[in-house]
Design a protein around this ligand. Structure first.
Ligand code: GDP
Ligand code: IMO
Ligand code: MG
Length: 427
């Protein structure tokens, strides 16, 4: 059996949470493979709204096993709060979620380092969510980190203190006010809460499940925030691309099945960094207001802009996307005109490649479409779509050479159209 992968093709917040929740009814095993509580995945069903940060979005489906994989970084305090919220809805969260021993722990001092480091950057701030993601992955690759499995060791407190002391020395370089003890007790209590869960060698568990079950891997962030392929340094600190599912779960590449690439029918970005099609005008504000484009984790207003085909082509290439899922076109229901960037001009030269130079001045080359001016949220099937929207869909499919197999027309689980005729493209 295989692991199908759902991942974001833009700068995050494409609607991965919604789609994983929808697809999860067909998958007994759901896994997160990277990122941490910088993610905010919104789910809407039966009149309820829930935002998940570290728990896989299959948790609300009966009989699912939800794996927090080794590639994830976990903040026990945020995780406990999230799980209590899920439990309050009557979901047996400690039975449905299992955690990799090898997932790294976010310490209170990682968050302080994140804040101190961002504050020291002045104008070159990345716009981090300040959840301690970068410093925790630094300790992972620097071979200093603490892992979830370590909480079961007798000398865990000593190991914690040793890392905290290293962090105090590191923090001396910053002119920054902090109290390293402030959240320590709360954190230790939350670590104890983690012990209610099965803490496992999740690579063995997942590969065992794959003998009889299919699984779904849920990406966090988006391809354009990938540590290697995003516009460095305006990226997150993990591999957000499909390959990250292999390293973040202990999975052979041969076990990867379908790759669902999710994108919004326009673009958004939170935090700093290049955004070629950004709209700083009234249309941009309309996208933000109509699309409720405010961060699910930090509440920050999201930057907004037109769809960017060169960036999508890049993301499809990096991930081996077999089918596309388009979200939120309903946000543009009232628009007279809709633009799509089909190429870039960099230094006067037309190109469809994303440039290496993060600071390159990119001028998008646009194609303009007539708006469909109809309420898409009421559509139940392909044939309900207005002609102008059908044209928009066909154009995107032709440009990207990958079929759009699912179209979302609203935040609710039920507002999802699975298109019958679409065949997945071969890798
Ligand atoms: P994620 O991080 O990729 O899971 O996405 P977020 O949850 O951060 O952001 C997506 C937002 O769009 C959430 O508020 C969703 O409820 C909402 N949403 C998802 N799909 C649709 C859609 O098709 N139409 C509209 N209008 N909203 C959607
Ligand atoms: P989901 O999973 C959108 C952005 C931050 C910042 C950069 C680095 O909900 O799509 P970090 O906290 O990782 O050090 O921040 O990445 N970022 C996200 N933007 N959606 C996310 O997750 C994000 N996670 C991080 O805004 O620009
Ligand atoms: Mg989000």
């Amino acid at each position: 059996m295989k692991v199908d992968v759902v991942l974001g093709l833009q700068w995050g917040d494409e609607g991965k949470g919604k789609i994983v929740d929808v697809l999860a009814k067909n998958y007994p095993v759901i896994c997160r493979f990277q990122g941490g509580p910088n993610a905010g995945h919104s789910l809407n069903f039966e009149g309820k709204k829930f935002v998940l940060h570290s728990v896989p979005a299959g948790v609300f489906r009966k009989n699912t096993i939800n794996i927090v994989g080794n590639g994830v970084v976990l903040d026990p305090i945020i995780f406990r709060e999230e799980c209590k919220g899920i439990e309050a809805l009557g979901v047996p969260v400690t039975k449905r979620v299992i955690i990799s021993k090898k997932a790294h722990l976010i310490l209170p001092t990682h968050k302080i380092i994140d804040a101190a480091s961002e504050a020291s950057k002045g104008k070159t701030k990345i716009g981090s969510t300040l959840k301690g993601i970068g410093p925790t992955y630094m300790d992972k690759t620097g071979r200093n980190g603490l892992r979830v499995g370590d909480i079961l060791a007798k000398d865990f407190k000593d190991r914690f203190n040793a890392l905290k002391e290293k962090h105090k020395i590191f923090l001396k370089q910053f002119d920054f006010q902090y109290n390293t003890e402030e959240h320590e007790k709360e954190w230790m209590d939350a670590v104890n809460y983690l012990k209610k869960f099965q803490i496992v060698d999740s690579e063995y568990e997942l590969n065992k499940y794959l003998k009889t079950k299919n699984a779904l891997a849920e990406g966090a962030q988006g391809t354009l925030l990938d540590v290697d392929f995003g516009a460095y340094p305006f990226v997150t600190s993990s591999s957000t691309i499909c390959a990250g599912a292999c390293t973040g779960l202990g999975l052979s590449p041969l076990k990867i099945g379908k790759v669902y690439g999710i994108f919004k029918a326009y673009c958004t970005r939170v935090g700093a960094g290049p955004f070629p099609t950004e709209l700083l005008d009234k249309t941009g504000e309309e996208l933000r207001q109509r699309g409720c484009e405010f961060g699910a984790t930090t509440g920050r207003p999201r930057r907004t802009g037109w769809l960017d085909i060169p960036a999508l082509k890049y993301a499809i290439m990096l991930n081996g996307v077999t089918s596309l899922i388009m979200m939120k076109a309903d946000v543009m229901d009232t628009f007279d005109k809709i633009k799509v960037a089909v190429a870039y001009k960099v230094d006067g030269q037309k190109t469809d490649r994303v440039p290496y130079d993060t600071y390159a001045k990119i001028e998008p080359v646009y194609k303009e479409f007539k708006g469909w001016k109809k309420d898409l949220s009421k559509c139940k099937k392909d044939s309900d779509f207005p002609a102008a929207y059908k044209q928009y869909i066909s154009f995107i499919e032709k440009e990207l050479q990958v079929p759009i197999s699912v179209i979302s027309v609203g935040p609710d689980r039920s507002q999802t159209i699975v298109r019958k005729k679409q065949k997945a493209s071969k890798r």
